[in-house]
Ligand binder design. Structure first.
Ligand code: ADE
Length: 231
């Protein structure tokens, strides 16, 4: 069965559009995965289909109602649906390539996009939502973060990586950042391709690339480079 993604959002129109031009869109067209964007407002309360209300205890902003979101989740995930339920939130555990790999190896995902100041805490535990952050910055809603999760997973699905047989050489899969890449022309605006790469000595090329990966990782991401790094 293809990998199945269900997104719960107040802006379902943000989904097929973005994917149309991407690798994820190609894979979608080829049936490698499926995407269903469902509108949380379909489960809103009353004539105005309200989805949010003012925060208990006071304060600015609005909170997504637990009953509304629970109804949206229950309509999207029939009993026994094995897919993990993610809630995109800046409070979540940071998304890692390891988690992406695990998600891509599973049956799919249910992704809830937060909006407003937050989501009523009770539905997080009540429906087993796992909060996931894509980084230490704040988006106006979880939708772009959900697209990040989908793109990162879909590129790992069998048969979606094109010429690139696997992602193992890329940044993070090996725990370091990628070495620099070059292609023709050999000289461009006074900048040349490093000589070692055009010399045909494959052992020397491998050594140069490993050293460059190491240097760039230490420079830009000392948190990823040992010593002092907890693996
Ligand atoms: N929603 C708002 N900001 C977010 C973030 N950094 N990651 C995931 N979801 C979010």
């Amino acid at each position: 069965a293809p990998w199945r993604a269900t997104v719960l959002t107040l802006y379902p129109e943000m989904f097929p559009g973005h994917l149309g031009l991407s690798l994820a869109g190609d894979a979608l067209a080829r049936g490698a995965w499926s995407l269903e964007a469902r509108n949380i407002r379909d489960h809103g309360i009353g004539r105005h289909r309200a989805v949010d209300d003012t925060p208990a205890g006071g304060g600015a902003g609005m909170v997504l109602r637990c009953d509304v979101l629970a109804a949206a989740i229950d309509a999207a995930a029939l009993p026994g649906d094995p897919r993990p339920r993610l809630l995109m939130s800046p409070r979540g555990r940071p998304l890692t390539q390891g988690r992406v790999r695990a998600l891509a190896e599973g049956p799919g995902v249910i992704v809830v996009c937060g909006r407003f100041e937050g989501v009523d805490e009770r539905v997080i535990a009540g429906r087993g939502l796992e909060e996931v952050s894509i980084g230490d910055y704040v988006l106006s809603g979880g939708e772009p973060a959900a697209l990040v999760v989908l793109d990162a997973c879909v590129r790992l699905l069998p048969g979606t990586m094109g010429k690139h047989a696997s992602g193992v050489e890329e940044s993070f899969e090996g725990g370091t950042l990628e070495y620099p890449h070059y292609t023709r022309p050999r000289a461009w605006e006074g900048r040349e391709i490093p000589e070692v790469l055009t010399g045909g000595n494959h052992a020397a090329i491998a050594r140069w690339r490993a050293a460059e990966s190491d240097r760039i990782t230490r420079e830009r991401r000392p948190d990823l480079a040992g010593p002092g790094r907890i693996p």
